[in-house]
Design a protein around this ligand. Structure first.
Ligand code: HEC
Length: 146
């Protein structure tokens, strides 16, 4: 391969990467304030159980607590400066209160600013649902599915 073809394939690779990034970051797939009708329809495939909640707690501690805090009150020490991670124990779900909508935030990130990025491709789907079950277990009873 000479230097010119190398350069061309480099440009193609970068172009492809940018395109993929644009598709992934397209606002249509994001979980915006107000929630989303598609995500609302998604049913939680993992039944809540002590095992699921315990697994969700472990995943939460590893991936979420540094922003949302150990008790999920939105007071994590390492949240990006100026961001305000949500209190996940209160009854307010800005991006929708169903299991499917909470899962969509974990999957796609918190639009529109994406200070929280999605965990798509970084966390098995079952773990995301375990985290949803964990959050349900520590939230107020009246924050349950609508
Ligand atoms: C880098 C910091 C960071 C990490 C890591 C993070 N979050 Fe977030 N999260 C945020 C911020 C900031 C918001 C947006 C708050 C807002 O603007 O309403 C948010 C919003 C949310 C929301 C939406 C709440 C609502 O009312 O709209 C949920 C649900 C959520 N996070 C769950 C999680 C879970 C579960 C994890 C771990 C798998 C996690 N987050 C990891 C920073 C983070």
């Amino acid at each position: 391969m000479n230097i010119l073809t190398l350069r061309r394939s480099c440009v193609a690779a970068i172009g492809g990467f940018l395109l993929a990034w644009l598709v992934v970051a397209a606002p249509a797939s994001a979980q915006n304030p107000g929630g989303s009708p598609e995500a609302k329809k998604v049913k939680n495939p993992v039944a809540s159980s002590p095992a699921s909640i315990a697994a969700g707690a472990a995943t939460y501690k590893k991936y979420c607590s540094f922003c949302h805090g150990d008790g999920a009150k939105g007071d994590g020490k390492f949240a990006p400066k100026g961001s305000m991670p949500a209190d996940l124990t209160d009854a307010t779900w800005v991006r929708g209160s169903t299991d499917g909508e909470i899962h969509a935030v974990i999957l796609k990130g918190a639009a529109p600013k994406f200070e929280m990025k999605g965990f798509e491709g970084k966390m098995p789907d079952t773990d995301m649902w375990n985290v949803v079950n964990y959050l349900r277990s520590i939230g107020p009873a009246n924050a349950a599915k609508k």
